[in-house]
Design a protein around this ligand. Structure first.
Ligand SMILES: NC(=O)c1ccc[n+]([C@@H]2O[C@H](COP(=O)([O-])OP(=O)(O)OC[C@H]3O[C@@H](n4cnc5c(N)ncnc54)[C@H](OP(=O)(O)O)[C@@H]3O)[C@@H](O)[C@H]2O)c1
Length: 282
């Protein structure tokens, strides 16, 4: 069986390849599709097939997907993402790919999260092909926050406008494990999974950082208008402000929370806790 993934040189893609290899998939049955093969030499050395294709280069995708049975389409973010994904999806239909898994966003079809419309559009493009598909609608990676750890510790605060909104975040590695499980499933049906771990607020995040590091950190919660003003005075461009303040408003509205246990079921164990992710980031 040939299993391909796009975005294979990215952080999630690398973890998915490791999961597949650890699960016993022969390296030559894994097809890592990258835009820059120089970033995939370590996988090539281990026998993984490397193919080159950029989302912007429609013609590259048919040869990239030749002979592929199951495909993980790892998303890009932002405006135009669904058009970028369309090249891959059209080629998957042309080449007879048997199953597509797609890294979508939590509640893609009913959330005000500004990233969601491109994900929902991509889900529709995939559905229109009739290819059996699995939508991996993931909540935020823990790493979106833990990569800010140095700043939180230096300033003593986690700033946001999420209010009491809870985030069903999980470690990127656990989302990668769930993608690997779906690629290896002997399952022809189309499914949508809402994927997340135990929910936390930004106040919980601040408390967890304090407990793990011993350095006091608090959550400074702003109104949406205050948040926009603060981001503007920090020099952020208006597109980024729209995404940052918009996603926080969506979290405040409860849209980054799920009570689904699909992540635990797919990976066969409890996902890593927030405290473990903070510890690992230190
Ligand atoms: N749920 C969340 O919290 C969350 C957080 C972050 C991201 N995401 C989503 O999940 C995706 C994967 O996350 P990640 O952490 O692995 O992100 P990442 O490390 O930035 O990886 C993105 C991958 O997409 C590839 N890519 C970008 N533009 C491309 C193009 N035009 N043609 C072909 N490949 C292209 C990149 O290639 P290069 O290696 O050549 O740059 C990279 O391999 C992201 O792209 C985003 O859509 C979700």
């Amino acid at each position: 069986m040939s299993i391909a993934l796009t975005g294979a040189s990215g952080q999630l893609g690398r973890l998915v390849i490791e999961e597949l290899l650890t699960s016993g998939v022969p390296a030559n049955e894994v097809v890592a599709i990258v835009r820059d093969p120089a970033k995939a030499t370590a996988f090539a050395d281990r026998g993984v097939q490397i193919r080159q294709a950029d989302y912007a280069d429609q013609a590259a995708w048919r040869p990239a997907l030749e002979g592929v049975d199951r495909l993980l389409l790892i998303s890009v973010s932002g405006a135009g993402a669904s058009d970028a994904h369309r090249s891959v999806i059209d080629a998957a239909a042309d080449t007879g790919v048997g199953h597509i898994a797609y890294t979508s966003i939590l509640h893609a079809d009913h959330t005000s999260n500004p990233l969601a419309p491109e994900h929902a559009a991509t889900e529709r493009l995939i559905a229109a092909t009739g290819i059996p598909a699995t939508m991996l609608r993931t909540a935020w990676y823990h790493e979106l926050y833990t990569r800010m750890l140095r700043t939180y510790l230096a300033t003593g605060e986690v700033v946001g406008s999420t209010g009491d909104g809870r985030i069903s975040g999980a470690a990127r590695a656990d989302f990668a494990a769930s993608a690997s499980a779906v690629l290896l499933a002997d399952d022809a049906e189309s499914r949508t999974y809402e994927l997340g771990g135990p929910a936390f607020t930004l106040a919980d995040l601040a408390q967890t950082i304090t407990a793990v590091t011993g350095t006091p950190v608090v959550n400074r919660n702003l109104t949406n208008d205050e948040h926009v003003a603060e981001l503007r005075s920090a020099g952020m461009d208006s597109t980024s402000i729209h995404f940052v303040a918009g996603t926080d408003a969506s979290i405040a509205a409860g849209e980054m929370e799920t009570d689904s246990d699909a992540l635990t079921r797919l990976i066969g164990r409890a996902p890593r806790t927030l405290a473990e992710s903070v510890r690992q980031a230190l």
